[in-house]
Structure formats: C-alpha cells, structure tokens
Design a protein around this ligand. Structure first.
Ligand code: ARG
Length: 458
C-alpha cells in the first residue's frame, strides 16, 4: 500500500504497525473540518501564487466533491488510509489528478490536525450548549409548576428547614448556567488558528494567516508555531467542562434516584424514562438516572487520561497527541445523549405533593423558635441552646416540637409568649426567607425571572 510519506522507506510498514499507527477509525469524523481547512489553505496558496487560480479552482472543486461523497455516505475508505488527512488527500488526487499533490505545500498534518480538531471542538461547544439550555428550560418549567410547593430541605441528608420544590429544582439550574458559560469560554479559547505553523517551524510561504482565520471562523491566530502544533489546552478545557457538567448531572441524578425510592416517593419517573426488571415484575428502575450518574465517571476519566498524556511531552508535535481525540469525542457523545435524556426525564417527572407534605415534620421549625427568641433580644447562641433543650424535652416525651405547651416552653425561657405558635408554621418559615436567593414566594419569583432572563440572553 502506498503512503503519502512513503518516499524514504525501503519496506512496507508492518501490518500491525499500520493498524497501531492509524487513527482513521476515529478521526474520520473530522472530515468536514478537514475539508474546510484544506479549502481555506488552497485559497491561501493561490493568493501567494503557489497555486494558479485555475489550479486552486480545480482543487477546491475536488474537495467539495469529496465532501459530497462523505455527506452522501459514499466515501470509500481504503486500507492504506492512515488518517482523515491522508484519506481526503488520496481521494482528491484520484478525482483531480497530480495537481491535487500541490495542496499540501507548506503545510503539515501537525498544523492540519490541530486546526481540524479545534474547529470540531468549537462546533461541539455550540451543540453542548444547545443541549444544556434545553435541560435548563425543562428545570425552569418544572420549577414554575411547583414554585411554592413546600418540602423538607436537607443538609447531611437530614431534615434541616422547610424549602419549596421550586427552590430545590432551581438549585440545579444555576450549576448548568455556569456550565454553559464555561463551555462558551472553552469555545473562545479554542478559536485560535494554528494553520500556517506547518510541522513546527512555520510555513515558508507568505500565507495570510489572518485571512485563513477569518475564513474558518477563528478569532485569533496562534503566536508560536511550536506551541501551536502541540497546544491541546482546548481539549483539556473541553474535557474539564464536560467533567464538571457530568458531575452536576450526576448529583441531580443521585438525588432523583433517592427521591423516587419507595421510602421517599417525592417523585415518580415517567414509564418512558424508567426500565423494568427481568425477574421482579413490580420493579420500576431509574436506570436512566443511574447511567447518568455512572457516566460522570467516564467523563472524569477522559479528562485525567488526556492530562496524563500531555504531561511530559517534548516541545512541538509528538504522536502521543493522536490520543487527544477519542476522549473528546467520547465526552461529547456521552453528553449529547445524556443531556437530552435528562431533559426528557425532567419534563415528564411527576412530583408528589402529598408525599412531600407528609415529611414536613415540626423538627424542621426549630430554627424558627430560636429566631423568635432572637427577636425578643436573646443572643442567638443562648437561643440555640434553649431551643435545643426544648427539642430534647419533646424527644424524651416522644412528642413533636409543636406539641410542647406554652408552660413547657416558658419553663426554658419565660420570653416564649402565646404568639410563638405563629412562627411554628411551615408557611411562616418560608415567608421569613424573602432575602434574594431565599425560599419565600417573592424571592423565588425573582429567581425564576432571573433564570428565564438567563435563557433569553443565551
Ligand atoms: N493522525 C495524526 C494525529 O491525530 C495526524 C498528525 C500526524 N502527524 C505526524 N507527524 N505523524 O495526531
């Protein structure tokens, strides 16, 4: 099999080595970016008179024909195709003849692959952000439907203070808002053009690199050719953004798994988003959520794998860098489906108000009692201790906090008045927290508005 670089070799590559060296089985998905990059390069070469206008025209037409073959699923790979760059060039030459051999003038696969991959990641960022926004929209809709629905709030997974379902579910909106901002930043950092760096030293032809950048949609050109062919920060950035996004999805999943359990029963998953057991007829399992939780592990693995690959690489291009693409492709594919599944799951989630209400026990109101004393001038630390005594008293008697009489409370602090019953209500506890970010109706309406505004500005 003939290789584009075969001139100096007296022997064919060992078959296993060819297989080992080849990346076509995964980098074929860069075909669109590779062809766009080559068209821009052909334009650049014609402006510097390396190609005549006629030659550039033939090459560009040929490249568009190759692109159409890919679009139509008719591109035929050959056993000698090592990677997408050699495959496209091989096919181009079949279509246009020897003039196709002029395309690679002044360029290397090193700057070519870095350019292709960056273009691909830029598109991937846009796509991931569309998916994030869709999930955020689903969360906002669910929050709007259940904005004031009271539920127990937890810390350490123990009853803490009353909150509302809308408050709870919006707490997963804002991490996604940070994710989408992060992904947009990754896109910006990725939009730096390496093309023109050639193998490592820069091309010897007077190519207008800024024009290449403009044509391909890059925001800047790279400043150092050695750095440009080896910089994979953008891939690591993408993988970090993917990993933390995966962690956010995993945390939402974990909580919904718990909430959909028989013991909690706060939510029911739609049949379309759950699966059954092959042996236990009654089972409805949250496999979708468990997979989302599980896949966060591989997203983290993709990041750490690439970081380990990059560590210790000598200056400029090394073949280790070919290991950059699979983790990024995998992270993208994982997120692309996971985000879509999660959006559907949230859209069909059935919240169970009576199950939430059943858990609103008076212990959640202990802080209200302490705040009541504070409003009578008692230092908070003293109030905390005294309410603790009240809690202990109720516990000893196997009573609820609200079942303590006024005499009981006054035996601890005489400042407990008859109006104390007013504060020992879930509705009162919620209403107290009208501070921005809090759980009162007014605060939540503002938060919902802010969430919607965020989505409108995307
Ligand atoms: N398939 C290679 C990669 O993904 C393309 C660059 C090859 N460059 C080289 N000098 N062998 O990194």
């Amino acid at each position: 099999m003939s290789k584009l670089w075969g001139g100096r070799f007296a022997k064919d590559t060992d078959a296993l080595v060819h297989q080992f060296n080849a990346s076509i089985h995964f980098d074929a998905r860069l075909y669109d970016e590779d062809i766009s990059g080559s068209i821009a390069w052909a334009n650049g070469l014609s402006k510097t008179n390396v190609l005549t206008d006629v030659e550039a025209g033939i090459i560009i037409e040929g490249l568009e024909e190759v692109r159409q073959e890919f679009y139509a699923g008719k591109f035929e790979f050959q056993s000698g195709d090592e990677d997408i760059h050699t495959a496209v060039e091989r096919r181009l030459m079949e279509l246009v003849g020897p003039v196709g051999g002029k395309l690679h003038t002044g360029r290397s696969r090193n700057d070519q692959v870095a350019t292709d991959f960056r273009l691909w990641v830029m598109r991937a960022c846009d796509r991931v952000n569309l998916r994030i926004v869709d999930l955020q929209q689903a969360l906002v809709d669910n929050a709007a439907d259940n904005l004031e629905l009271p539920m127990p709030g937890y810390t350490h997974l123990q009853h803490a203070q009353p909150i509302t379902w809308g408050h709870w579910i919006l707490s997963f909106f804002w991490p996604l808002a940070r994710d989408s901002a992060r992904v947009a930043q990754v896109r910006e950092r990725t939009a730096v053009l390496p093309l023109g760096s050639a193998a490592l030293a820069g091309t010897a032809f007077a190519i207008d690199r800024q024009a290449l950048a403009d044509q391909l949609g890059f925001q800047q050109i790279s400043q150092n050719s050695l750095d440009a062919v080896s910089d994979r920060d953008f891939a690591a950035d993408f993988l970090y953004a993917a990993a933390i996004l995966g962690i956010h999805l995993s945390r939402l999943s974990e909580q919904l798994i718990l909430f959909s359990s028989t013991e909690f029963g706060f939510v029911r998953l739609d049949d379309a988003y759950s699966t059954g057991s092959s042996i236990m007829p009654q089972k409805k399992n949250p496999d979708t959520l468990e997979l989302t939780r599980g896949k966060s592990g591989r997203l983290i693995g993709n990041l750490t794998g690439l970081l380990a690959t990059l560590k210790g690489l000598p200056s400029s291009y090394d073949k280790d860098l070919q290991e950059d693409k699979e983790p990024v492709f995998d992270a993208f594919d994982t997120l692309d489906i996971t985000l879509a599944v999660m959006a559907g799951l949230v859209r069909t989630l059935q919240v169970q108000p009576q199950r939430l209400a059943a858990q609103l026990e008076p212990g959640l109101l202990a802080t209200e009692l302490a705040d009541y004393l504070v409003k009578q001038g008692v230092p908070f630390r003293t109030a905390h201790g005294q309410v603790g005594q009240a809690v202990r008293l109720a516990e000893e008697r196997e009573q609820d906090l609200t079942e303590l009489t006024q005499e009981d409370l006054q035996s601890i602090n005489t400042q407990f008045g008859p109006d104390v019953t007013e504060v020992l209500k879930v509705s009162a506890a919620l209403a107290q927290r009208s501070i921005p970010g809090g759980t009162s109706t007014s605060a939540l309406k503002t938060q919902l508005l802010e969430a919607r505004r965020f989505l409108e500005n995307i």
